[in-house]
Design a protein around this ligand. Structure first.
Ligand SMILES: C[S@@+](CC[C@H](N)C(=O)[O-])C[C@H]1O[C@@H](n2cnc3c(N)ncnc32)[C@H](O)[C@@H]1O
Length: 222
């Protein structure tokens, strides 16, 4: 992003998460393996969505692929795909995603801001974003923008961190959220967005999965 004088301008959110992930990247997969056990129902739901909704021609967009957990999922659970574009702000995370992509020429990994999709051309049959929204100042706006990139009949799935049901746990995750630049996401504004197919909650309230499906005959929103 530029400010018109060719100086690079990064929104504060982006600067904060870049700092976090420049050192956390090396520990991320180990942390993610433990977290993935805790949120297993949602991980399994994602496996099934990849298996059922991605076909040999599907164009896939991922907001914040991180170390490429969903690229691994793509290879494991689909019988093929057309193309994949992943946009993440952290080079340290994407280095690991590139290793997972195994130089597959259908896969493009781009450094950028996933909240600014203006430069992303075309539409997609499958949009996925896991554990990004809690880093954002206006998560529902990012979901709305991503839904505009859906092709008719396309699926978009968002997995995000939501308030635990236990007040004690909520106090703990809120206290440690700041250094990691995350916060719990209010699921209600996301629930009101158009074409929500379903929303499911697991991990004591902390993990929410929202699936959207564009009608087959609906032109993508401008
Ligand atoms: C918790 S990790 C999730 C990674 C991966 N999706 C997963 O499921 O393991 C959050 C990721 O969001 C990225 N991120 C945060 N804000 C971003 C933004 N505005 N644009 C692009 N990436 C962003 C971070 O660099 C990091 O890779």
């Amino acid at each position: 992003m530029t400010n018109g004088t060719n100086a690079t301008v990064n929104p504060p959110q982006l600067d904060r998460v870049r700092r976090v992930y420049s050192w956390f990247a090396r520990f991320y997969d180990a942390f993610r393996a433990v977290w993935g056990r805790w949120t297993r129902p949602i991980e399994e739901d994602l496996d099934q969505l990849f298996r059922e909704r991605i076909g040999a021609e599907s164009r896939i967009l991922e907001l914040a692929p991180g170390t490429g957990i969903n690229i691994e999922r793509l290879f494991r659970w689909t019988r093929g795909f057309g193309s994949y574009l992943g946009i993440d702000s952290s080079e340290e995370m994407l280095v690991r995603a590139r290793a997972r992509a195994q130089a597959d020429d259908r896969i493009e990994l781009r450094i950028g801001d996933a909240t600014d999709l203006q430069a992303v051309g075309g539409t997609f049959d499958f949009v996925v974003s896991s554990w990004l929204l809690s880093h954002l100042d206006t998560p529902d706006a990012t979901v709305r923008d991503a839904l505009r990139k859906l092709a008719p009949g396309g699926t978009a799935v968002f997995v995000f961190f939501t308030p635990p049901r236990s007040r004690l746990l909520l106090a703990v995750v809120t206290a440690i959220g700041n250094p990691f630049s995350y916060r719990v996401v209010d699921r209600e504004p996301i629930r009101t967005l158009p074409n929500l197919e379903r929303m499911s909650v697991s991990a004591a309230g902390m993990a929410t999965l929202a699936v959207f499906r564009a009608p087959p005959d609906q032109a993508p929103a401008k």
